[in-house]
Design a protein around this ligand. Structure first.
Ligand code: MG
Length: 390
């Protein structure tokens, strides 16, 4: 079996959107809000789908969502020529060829997003060719079902925030993640608003529910050091991306305080990037996203490294490429789940574009043993709301 074609397409959502409000989530743009649109960090209304076809007629599907039109260029110009004609089962050698030939510019960011999309499609082929779900090729079933946490709770008026938290409780979730809305530029009042958000959710859910906290790179080390003790009294499960992903020393200092476990990695790349985070004790929870980090081939190596360090891995976003890794690794205790919603920032597009993703029941998702590959296909249901732009 040989790879005969690689097709990368960018799907742009042209259906209705519900634009996020100011202060709905902290971000790195907050620091320059006076100079540029702070909401520009929150529009991901395009998704790249990479279909790889084999001489046997198998089509593997991969995807990525970081700057999809640029990732498409990477695939078309640099990766497809390396992949066509190869045996898809030589997935390690193919990964190394993609990584090494783009290393001058591709190690982190868009280059690795393109590599991820191709690698995920190759693993989908391996599953389909062997008649096995991908998780069965990675280690098999390590849990009866995957516990998932509800990941939304954007910063909003406290009354509606409380209602949303109650809704997740009613749906059977025992874990949920809250977004902060303010950062260093919002002063003492902003810090109090942030604390009120957590206090509100804790009051609704009681002590027997895990609350995760999300800063989305929007704070500074100094701000984080001041607010951590005031948050810690509400016993959060972890705090995510408190500082810029490049501030590894900042991560390390915060994690060393031990007051709240620090989580991160959705903007880190490859085995080498995560070795740096683990060597410096920067994170207590690793959160790569398979469609950024280098695909399933890279993610599985990071899983091994993290297990040796006894740092749990909870991939960023639900979605099939992440669920299969969570299922196959004992050191991945749970997955994230974005509640299906109207299109806001764009995280939701996965559900509109693909079919086959499991929906949670009582706070768990399950993967089927009898569906080969990743188990997703392009959905016809919402195709009219997408435009293929590239
Ligand atoms: Mg996050």
């Amino acid at each position: 079996m040989k790879i005969s074609a690689v097709r990368a397409r960018v799907y742009r959502w042209i259906g209705p959107t519900s634009p996020p409000r100011r202060n709905f989530c902290a971000s790195p743009m907050d620091a320059v809000a006076a100079l540029a649109d702070p909401m520009s960090a929150f529009r991901f209304h395009e998704w790249l789908v990479c279909e790889i076809e084999t001489s046997d007629g198998i089509v593997g599907i991969g995807n990525c969502a970081l700057a999809p039109r640029l990732a498409k260029r990477v695939i078309d110009m640099y990766l497809a020529p390396l992949v066509i004609g190869r045996d898809p089962f030589d997935v390690e050698a193919i990964w190394q060829a993609m990584y090494r030939s783009t290393i001058a510019w591709g190690r982190k960011g868009i280059g690795m997003a393109g590599i991820s999309a191709v690698d995920i499609a190759l693993w989908d082929i391996l599953g389909k060719a062997t008649g096995k779900p991908v998780f069965k090729l990675l280690g098999g079933r390590t849990k009866a079902r995957i516990p998932v946490y509800a990941s939304r709770l954007y910063s909003q008026p406290l009354e509606t925030l409380a209602q949303e938290a109650q809704r997740y409780l009613d749906q059977g979730f025992t874990m949920m993640k809250l977004r902060f809305g303010w950062g260093p530029q919002d002063g003492a009042a902003g810090m109090r608003h942030n604390i009120d958000l957590l206090k509100t959710v804790r009051e609704v859910v009681g002590d027997d529910v895990d609350i995760m906290l999300e800063c989305y790179m929007g704070w500074t080390l100094e701000y984080a050091k001041r607010i951590f003790p005031r948050l810690a009294i509400y016993n959060p499960r972890w705090i995510e991306e408190p500082v810029l992903p490049d501030d590894i020393a900042g991560y390390s200092q915060l994690n060393a305080t031990g007051s709240i476990p620090v989580a991160g990695g959705e903007h880190e790349f490859t085995l080498f990037g995560f070795k740096q985070l683990l060597d410096s004790n920067s994170v207590s929870v690793i959160q790569y996203d398979t469609n950024r980090v280098g695909g399933i081939t890279a993610a599985q190596k990071i899983n091994a490294l993290a297990e040796a360090c006894q740092v749990p891995v909870v991939p960023h976003a639900g979605q099939m490429h992440n669920y299969h890794l969570t299922m196959a690794n004992l050191n991945c205790p749970m997955s994230e789940f974005f509640p299906v919603n109207e299109v806001e920032v764009g995280n939701e597009l996965f559900y509109y574009l693909f079919e086959g993703d499991p929906l949670p029941k009582d706070g768990f998702v399950d993967l089927r043993d009898d569906v080969p590959g990743l188990g997703i296909s392009i959905s016809g249901e919402h195709l009219g709301s997408f435009q293929i732009v590239d």
